[in-house]
Ligand binder design. Structure first.
Ligand SMILES: [Fe+2]
Length: 245
C-alpha cells in the first residue's frame, strides 16, 4: 500500500519474494563497506526489513587499496554466516563473490582462474571512475576466453561514458551484461547518472540490479525507490535477479 503522506510504498512490498541482491559490501572490515561484524549484521537486518533475504555480497578486489583474495573473502563470509546463525537469523542466505576492478592484478587472477563468481560463470567487474583501461575490450575478450561471462557493475556510474551512448551497445556486443545500481534511479549519485540509468532501463539494456550497499546511508536512500513511477520501472528488473537462486 502507498503511504498517503509521502506517496511511497514500503520496500517490503517492492522486492519480490526470493529477490537476490547480487552486489553489496556487507562483509566486515575488508573494503569500504561494513566496518565490523556488528555493522554487517545491522545492514543485513535492515535489508531483511525491506524483504531482501538473499545476498551474494561482493567485496572489492582493488589493487593495493583493497587487496582481498578469494580466501580472505570466503573466511570473512564464514564469520558473518556464523553470526547470523548465532542470532537466529538463519532465514538469511548470504554467499560471497567479489567486485573485480579490471586492472593488471585482475589479469593475473584471470590467468590463474582464481576468481569468485556470482554463480556459474557470472563474474562481476567494475571500471575505475576516472577512465576505462586502454585494453578494456581485450580484457573482456580474455575473460570470455577463460570461460567466464562479465557483468559490468553500475555502467551508469562511469561519467566518462555519459556523452558516448554508443559505448554501451559496444560493451554489450563485446559480451558484457549490465548490473544497474538501484540507487542510481533515486538520484543518489546525481542527475547525470540518474538520466543514463533511466535511459539504459528504457532501452532494455539492464540485465540485473543490485543495491551496492556499503552503509546505512545507502539503505536510507534506497527507500526513494518506493514511488509509483520508479516501481513501474524496476518491477520487471527485480524479477531478473531471481535467476541467481
Ligand atoms: Fe560495489
Amino acid at each position: 500500500m502507498f503511504d498517503l503522506f509521502n506517496k511511497k510504498k514500503p520496500l517490503s512490498e517492492v522486492f519480490p519474494f526470493d529477490f537476490v541482491d547480487i552486489h553489496s559490501h556487507l562483509l566486515p572490515g575488508i573494503d569500504d563497506g561494513a566496518k565490523n561484524l556488528k555493522e554487517s549484521i545491522s545492514l543485513i537486518e535492515k535489508m531483511d526489513s525491506y524483504g531482501i533475504q538473499n545476498f551474494i555480497t561482493t567485496p572489492h578486489i582493488l589493487g593495493n587499496v583493497w587487496p582481498n583474495s578469494s580466501d580472505i573473502i570466503l573466511d570473512t563470509l564464514e564469520l558473518v554466516q556464523e553470526e547470523l546463525e548465532r542470532r537466529d537469523l538463519s532465514h538469511i542466505k548470504i554467499d560471497a563473490a567479489a567486485e573485480y576492478i579490471l586492472d593488471e592484478q585482475f589479469c593475473e587472477l584471470l590467468k590463474k582462474r582464481d576468481l569468485l563468481t556470482l554463480k556459474d560463470d557470472a563474474l562481476l567487474v567494475e571500471l575505475s571512475y576516472f577512465n576505462a583501461p586502454v585494453n578494456l575490450f581485450d580484457i573482456l575478450f580474455d575473460i570470455q576466453l577463460a570461460g567466464y561471462r562479465p557483468i559490468l557493475a553500475h555502467p551508469e556510474r562511469y561519467n566518462f561514458y555519459h556523452n558516448n551512448l554508443d559505448i554501451y551497445q559496444k560493451l554489450k556486443n563485446a559480451g558484457c551484461r549490465f548490473q544497474l545500481n538501484l540507487l542510481s534511479l533515486t538520484g543518489y549519485y546525481g542527475e547525470s547518472t540518474k538520466k543514463i540509468a533511466e535511459k539504459l532501463v528504457k532501452l532494455d539494456m539492464i540485465d540485473f540490479v543490485g543495491s551496492d550497499a556499503h552503509h546505512h546511508r545507502h539503505l536510507e536512500a534506497l527507500k526513494g525507490l518506493g514511488t509509483k513511477k520508479t516501481i513501474e520501472k524496476i518491477s520487471p528488473l527485480l524479477k531478473k535477479n531471481l535467476s541467481f537462486l
